[in-house]
Design a protein around this ligand. Structure first.
Ligand code: BGC
Length: 349
């Protein structure tokens, strides 16, 4: 079967390869891949900056944002033939650490977790893949191929859970949230904010085009200037860019007792001049909390499924603005200025 493979840490090594059928050792559930979303992590892997091959192998099958249809499942399994499903990305470490032992692999403590399509375990960007029933999540059939948004939504569902838990250290009744970045992660974070009844502000660079329209149609407010001018003292900031200056601005401008949740991964190598004393002083005197958030466990996939089921399908459909067939995968990895979520279709229905 065909699969998009890459030699991790080697730029320009991606190719459409002929690979063996998925190994039985990956699990008894056989899934036909419908589509795979491409994100910043895939771009990093393709550029040779991130990723790990499976042990003893040179190439890794790419793809961690998936939507597929079950072809085979054991009798009595929670998913059955014909179900629309998404594969969970991370697998607990083999030790396991205290968190992986209780299925909170998103908080793995020893770094020995694996991630499909990213770290030491083949991804889902192949015609078919196998998986164990406990790592597959059923998606509302009404979502169809838009179920490909479940994995990025799980990442923001976890971020919101972190915000709640940290905010809940005192009386917590947030009213305003600033989301920095109007890419898929930012827009999905904003969607959950709106669903929670918050006043949602989203900041990005573009002043016209798809992103401002998507934000407005969600019932949120779009800003293209500075963090300081967007909204005074938001209760929550969800940072979805990893741009160092925005991270710092978020920490400086969040409201008293506010929570900043960092979800964007910075590339490093950017040195900013900061008045550390003033930053420390305001963070301490205002009880500001900054928390990082990565990945998602099953609970977050389930929360994400609820959020997507409650969203306007027409709005979600506009998020997936480009669909590229697997044979033309190169077009999917070239980003256009108005791209939000580009997906590669593998077995379109
Ligand atoms: C994925 C996460 C993963 C992270 C780091 C993200 O793109 O959505 O599941 O944990 O990359 O590898």
């Amino acid at each position: 079967m065909k699969a998009l493979t890459v030699i991790p840490l080697k730029a320009g090594s991606a190719e459409l390869s002929d690979v063996d059928e998925p190994p039985e050792t990956d699990g008894p559930v056989l899934v036909e891949t419908l589509a795979i979303g491409i994100c910043g992590t895939d771009a990093e892997i393709l550029s040779g900056a991130y990723g790990w091959p499976p042990p003893g192998r040179e190439r890794l099958v790419l793809g961690h944002e998936s939507i597929g249809r079950v072809l085979e499942a054991p009798d009595g399994a929670p998913v059955q033939k014909g179900d629309l499903v998404v594969g969970i990305v991370r697998r607990p470490d083999p030790v396991p650490c205290e968190n992986c032992a209780v299925l909170e692999w998103d908080f793995c403590r020893n770094g020995q977790y694996t991630e499909r399509g990213i770290k030491q375990h083949d991804g889902y960007l192949s015609e078919r893949y196998r998986i164990t029933p406990d790592f597959v999540v059923k998606v509302n059939p009404a979502l169809g191929i838009l179920g490909v948004l479940l994995e990025p939504t799980s990442v923001v569902a976890k971020a919101w859970e972190e915000v709640d838990r940290v905010g809940g250290r005192a009386h917590w009744d947030p009213k305003t949230v600033l989301v920095t970045g109007a890419g898929p992660i930012g827009l999905l974070a904003a969607l959950i904010g709106v669903q929670r009844g918050l006043e949602v502000h989203v900041l990005d660079q573009m002043s016209t085009g798809v992103k401002p329209d998507l934000v407005r149609d969600l019932g949120a407010t779009y800003h293209s200037g500075a963090v300081a001018d967007a909204v005074p003292g938001p209760d929550v900031v969800i940072e979805c860019t990893g741009v160092a200056s925005l991270v710092l601005d978020a920490m400086t401008h969040v409201g008293i007792g506010g929570v900043v949740c960092l979800t964007g991964v910075s590339s490093g190598g950017h040195t900013l001049t900061v008045d550390e004393g003033a930053l420390n002083r305001s963070m301490v005197l205002e009880n500001v909390a900054v928390v990082g958030s990565v990945n998602a466990n099953r609970r977050h996939y389930e929360a994400a499924a609820v959020a997507l089921a409650a969203a306007d399908p027409a709005w979600l459909a506009r998020l997936v603005n480009r669909r590229v067939p697997l044979a033309q995968w190169q077009e999917a990895v070239q980003r256009g200025p108005d791209d939000v979520k580009v997906i590669i279709t593998v077995n379109p229905e």
